[in-house]
Design a protein around this ligand. Sequence first.
Ligand code: KIV
Ligand code: ZN
Length: 519
Amino acid sequence: MTDTAKQDRVLIFDTTLRDGEQSPGATMTHDEKLEIAAMLDEMGVDIIEAGFPIASEGDFAAVSDIAKQTQNAVICGLARAKTLDIDRCWEAVKHARRPRIHTFIGTSPLHRAIPNLSKDEMAEVIHDTVTHARNLCDNVQWSPMDATRTEFDYLCRVIEIAIKAGATTINIPDTVGYTAPKESAALIRRLIETIPGADEVVFATHCHNDLGMATANALAAVDAGARQIECTINGLGERAGNTALEEVVMALKVRNDIMPYRTGIDTTKIMNISRRVAAVSGFPVQYNKAIVGKNAFAHESGIHQDGMLKNAQTFEIMRPEDVGLSETSLVMGKHSGRAALRSKLENLGYTLGDNQLKDVFTRFKELADRKKEVYDDDLIALMRDSSSDEGHGRIQVKFLRVICGTEKPQSADLTLSIDGVDHQVTRTGDGPVDATFNAVKALFPHEARLQLYQVHAVTEGTDAQATVSVRMEENGKIVTGQSSDTDTVVASAKAYVNALNRLLVRREKTRPDDARATV
Ligand code: KIV
Ligand code: ZN
């Protein structure tokens, strides 16, 4: 590769499975993490941050299994500036063809106050921990957390220490989403100009989206010399999330005239992974989200449609195919066969084994019986439900009938199978969903608090399926459940039960109290 080509190449570091999964309620199962990691690898992500191995047995197992399965990408694990964390991280990533340890410590005045370390004491910790990591692994990333609110001189000092101790990538996190594009660029430029040895390492940008500037800040940092962008699919992440992978990648592609940098991403894989991450995280993509929102390529107003028919470029700066979006079409009906379903699902990015296809085909037929026209989005919802623990969890919805209308109270007659035994109850409530949820609670008493109840229509029309998302919290553990059905109340009951099943799994998992609190 020529020097110029090297300079133009921007590495994509995906942290959907670490920073993204840390978002309250976005917890993914082990298999879901492995599946997302495989999709990231296939789409050409350079580095996958697979988790935080010290945080729990589950995180450790996910990072080490992802390390074992990944063909191309570097597999990175996160570790606090503690020997124990770094050792645990290495134990998990060492199976990878290309492992990386990412260690960090908060360097801003506010973050230094937490462990109550003086500047000198913290500098020593950084030296020792990066040296320790480098003795284990020759690919070490170091992050001064809250870098954008750290005194510039101190930031230079600690970065120089980390480089001398062997860090190969220096990541500059805007942990609280506070910076702005001009400042983001100026900081990276000044750091690279000031720090001895800066040209020997890769500078990375890690932006949070609290002020809606994460993508702009990341691109500004690249213009100033950063060559690694840390990002997540759909911008998933704590609070307002992280830089969205699809946004930076497509911005660099579409505006390559003014941002002449390349990534290794196959952009046609964007839509499928976006849908999959939305499904497994339980965080639906907002309709008008850039690149992957449902409306991102929709042209409804008359004037737009007229322009589009004459020349697509009138209102379109990129083609739907560039992000892997096939034209939404009426796909199938009740006469469609198994082979047609398999081929349609393959187009949508799902490869099914024979048994899974059999299961999905049965559900497809049930849906096609209730709904004349089955669209791509219906199939995606169906796939999400089949791969969730619905049907496999300890609790299952067996029967539901509600009485609703203008007469109060509304009531729900519900049968749940709990650990293989059927239980029946009738409960009333303020509306059919409330009555149903009261019935679930009567059959399976619990203290979990309902934090969110959300309904989305999957497609248009009065026979459209509704996707219901439910988020619940119990002792600080947050889980989400989702389900789709042409009957909104049935979807609600199944989403609630799906969340409860996930809560039961979470109850069994242990996690050190402070492991996540500091990130
Ligand atoms: O936002 C942040 O500072 C982080 C670090 C752990 C890199 O996620
Ligand atoms: Zn972060």
